[in-house]
Design a protein around this ligand. Structure first.
Ligand code: HEM
Length: 391
């Protein structure tokens, strides 16, 4: 019997390695990829706020909810958040996590941000105090929620301009969380690829609408007031409402362009209000047509969604989803609707109630998932996310 094929392979590999070493060739001299400006871009991890709230939305995002294992107590939660914060601090800066088994995947962070959120159960197990808004939203008539897309104890919001960076970060974080929590749901979302539209261009959703025009801008007094929570362990933090909203693209296909524009109150070409010409023109809600009917109808989405009370505004950071369709259907598409605000019950809920009462868009949209999380403040180098609650 001669050497087996396996032995032969191992033998030649060893010979090969030995020869390379003899020649002084360094096997790990350089990474294969040369990251571009986009690939090597980093967003700071440390700071007063978690940076995922304010960074211009990246092209790809994974929204991951985990459930704590029954035995995970305050000590476990603290250990988990120390570990995950350390992973996030490294990965967002383009460095492999400790024990990273795919180190090379860390080298193209592509503006990676990792934002953590705490569900009611986590804050309760940690000993609180639990904000009174940190519980499931009230039920709405339009809701067709499934457990599979709702709730969760810990949120990982992982976003980057490169989906490989997102996948790697989610994998590292889930592995390190495994001894404390299990994955409950994952919602992958996308916007236009970085570079396909000019920076600052408002995204389009899969109905083809310009979506996100009226939104508080980070760094303004309005944003600070609407978004950041003040006082207690959440000082400098915020909250997030994640609603998975299915969009009936087949039904929308049958709607004439003029009626599509009427349903929202904005034009499809550039997102301008139908009473104006440019995207950021103020809608004229008082304008009437020759028959005396309001140009922006009573049922139009922007009329219903704009609260007369400016304190009821919030930040929208949604992502499109387009998943494999169930058998017999063409698509399973929609919006991962992400709203951030200091207090969801005082800001988000009144708006959602108005839309529940009347909004023509409801004809083609159905909320199928819903979750609320507290987003703790950021942390300094050496600290960890959640230390103001868990420390
Ligand atoms: C505005 C689409 C769900 C709140 C808009 C606009 C579009 C749009 C095209 C106009 C452009 C803009 O300012 O962004 C959609 C679609 C939805 C959806 C397709 C579901 C799939 C919701 C929900 C809420 C909401 C659930 C809150 C409960 C708002 C607000 C505005 C807005 C606050 C800005 C209104 C203003 O002009 O002041 N939406 N939306 N939307 N939407 Fe939605």
């Amino acid at each position: 019997h001669g050497p087996s094929r396996r032995q032969a392979l191992i033998g030649s590999a060893v010979v090969g390695w030995g020869a390379a070493a003899a020649l002084g060739i360094d096997r790990v001299a350089t990474a294969r990829e040369t990251p571009t400006a986009t690939g090597s871009r980093t967003v700071p991890f440390h700071g007063r706020h978690q940076t995922g709230v304010t960074v211009p939305p990246q092209a790809h995002a994974a929204h991951v909810a985990l459930d704590l294992l029954p035995e995970t107590d305050l000590t476990g939660i603290r250990r988990m958040m120390r570990l995950l914060s350390d992973d996030a601090a490294r990965l967002t800066q383009g460095r492999p996590a400790l024990g990273d088994t795919e180190r090379e995947l860390a080298h193209t962070p592509s503006a990676l941000t990792i934002t953590f959120g705490f569900g009611r159960e986590l804050v309760t197990r940690a000993g609180g105090p639990v904000p009174d808004w940190l519980s499931p939203l009230p039920a709405f008539e339009i809701d067709r929620l499934t457990e599979a897309w709702s709730g969760g104890d810990l949120l990982l919001l992982v976003a980057a301009d490169d989906p490989v960076a997102v996948a790697h970060a989610v994998r590292m974080l889930s592995k390190d969380a495994r001894q404390f929590a299990s994955v409950r749901w994952v919602q992958h979302g996308f916007r236009n690829a970085r570079g396909s539209t000019a920076p600052g261009t408002t995204m389009r959703n899969l109905f083809g609408q310009v979506d996100g025009t009226v939104n508080p801008a980070p760094g303004t007094a309005e944003f600070d007031q609407l978004v950041w929570h003040s006082g207690g362990w959440l000082d400098g933090g915020t909250s997030v409402v994640i609603r998975r909203i299915a969009m009936d693209l087949d039904g929308w296909d049958r709607v004439a362009r003029v009626d599509r524009e009427g349903a929202v109150g904005r034009r499809l070409d550039n997102g301008a209000p139908i009473t104006g010409t440019r995207e950021h023109d103020d809608p004229d809600f008082d304008a009437v047509d020759e028959r005396g009917f309001p140009v922006i109808a009573e049922y139009a989405h922007i009329r219903r969604a704009r609260s007369p009370n400016v304190a009821e505004r919030f930040l929208r950071r949604g992502y499109n989803y387009d998943d494999p369709p169930p058998a017999g259907q063409l698509s399973d598409s929609g919006l991962i609707f992400v709203a951030m605000q200091a207090d969801p019950v005082r800001q988000f809920v009144p708006v959602q109630r108005r839309l529940d009462d009347l909004d023509l868009l409801n004809e083609w949209t159905t909320p199928v998932g819903s979750a609320v999380f507290a987003i703790p403040p950021g942390c300094a180098d050496g600290g960890y996310i959640g230390e103001t609650l868990l420390g």
